[in-house]
Design a protein around this ligand. Structure first.
Ligand SMILES: Cc1ncc(COP(=O)(O)O)c(C=O)c1O
Length: 374
């Protein structure tokens, strides 16, 4: 049995379905299910608890950060709102983003623009690509931040964060990244990639449950920013190491990224997310990325052989786990495929296919065969 066959044993759905929609909500695997069951049993019998702080070391490891630079947030959208609301917006400033962005990447700044005179500049894609020269033109000394997804949700275009970060930093701006479509599928190194803030959820490529996510804040930036919302989780934890009434007269914010947390997180979700992260880190994100790359190469080759038009740029340096191709009536076709046990999604007037490392070429072939019959 090869190692992919072994991994597939953790995913019981593969016996019934061909799931190629990890850019949506991923199925849970048995290690996650078992960890959650065990947690629920312990809680039911009052036999101990889970400390969600322990999940931070996995998140930190995943992106080459320190656990102190991680705040627990329930999802990407919350993380991006936290960042948008901690920054300052001097008169005449701007935010640079892109026309391919997922709404949650831009909405927090559209909201800020209701009260402040803030310009939002959209870099326009050219044939599905976001070009570095267009970021160079859009960013200037009045740019507060470039806010961008690592991987774009519709066509899977992978942005070169290192270069975009360099452009932002040359102008004194921050690089804020939505990693929802990359974390778990593509390597992330916040230091090498010049990332100042990064938010993600765990229910896509990280194979965890909904309700668990994290926000990375670069160490130097933590203490110079103040949270918009605060609660017991935002302050130095020593305050609670007393049998007396806890101090409610002073707000002594934590010096770690915890200052951006508010209250009790969903332990259940972080139990599951930790278990999934353990599996992903043990297998290795490098190997996962390579494996997804092989499947994507195969998928591109087969789609082109069958005459489909790709909406995903083909340059390997901009590839991710997502491929999109044009098709007529995509919503109906996706529904028909679902009825036949093949799960993909409809985006950008095409079909979005997003295999993970445990998928196989045989599954992709089966998807192509079903597509040809439509
Ligand atoms: C790029 C990107 N960001 C964020 C999200 C979802 O955000 P949240 O996890 O906050 O629901 C998605 C979901 O498809 C996405 O593709």
């Amino acid at each position: 049995m090869n190692d992919i066959d072994k991994v597939r044993e953790y995913f019981p759905h593969v016996k019934e379905k061909i799931f190629l929609n990890h850019a949506g909500v991923s199925p849970l695997c048995t290690p996650v299910l078992n960890a959650i069951k065990e947690f629920l049993e312990c809680r039911t019998l009052s036999k101990g608890d889970f400390n969600p702080e322990s999940a931070k070391k996995f998140f930190a490891h995943l992106i080459n950060a320190e656990p102190e630079e991680i705040a627990l947030v329930p999802n990407t959208s919350t993380g991006l709102n936290v960042v948008a609301n901690m920054l300052s917006y001097p008169r005449g400033c701007n935010i640079v983003t892109a026309d391919l962005e997922f709404p949650s990447v831009v909405y927090p700044w559209l909201r800020i623009r209701i009260n402040l005179n803030l310009e939002i500049r959209y870099v326009k894609n050219v044939m599905g690509k976001l070009r570095i020269e267009d970021f160079e033109k859009a960013v200037d000394d009045n740019t507060v931040a470039v806010v961008i997804s690592h991987v774009e949700y519709g066509n899977g275009f992978r942005n070169n964060l290192e270069e975009i970060g360099e452009i932002a930093h040359d102008h004194g701006a921050f690089l804020i990244v939505d990693a929802c479509q990359s974390a778990g599928a593509v390597k992330i190194d916040v230091k090498r990639q010049n990332i100042d803030f990064l938010a993600t959820s765990c229910y896509k490529w990280l194979l965890g449950p909904c309700g668990a996510g994290f926000l990375y804040i670069k160490k130097d930036l933590i203490k110079e920013h103040c949270p918009t919302f605060v609660g017991w989780a935002s302050v130095k934890r020593e305050i609670f190491e007393t049998a007396d009434l806890w101090n409610n007269t002073e707000l002594t914010l934590s010096e770690t990224a915890s200052r951006f947390e508010i209250g009790t997180p969903s332990c259940l979700s972080y139990v599951g997310a930790s278990s999934a992260l353990k599996m992903i880190l043990e297998y290795g994100v490098d190997r996962i990325e390579d494996r997804i790359g092989e499947l994507i190469d195969y998928l591109i080759g087969r789609l082109e052989e069958e005459g489909f038009d790709l909406q995903t740029p083909k340059d390997p340096s901009n590839r991710s786990g997502i491929i999109n191709f044009k098709i007529s009536d995509p919503i109906k076709k996706v529904e028909e495929l679902r009825e036949k046990g093949v799960i993909v999604s409809a985006r950008m007037n095409g079909i979005r296919v997003s295999p993970h490392f445990y998928n196989t070429k045989e599954e992709i072939e089966e998807f192509i065969e079903r597509l040809k019959k439509m």
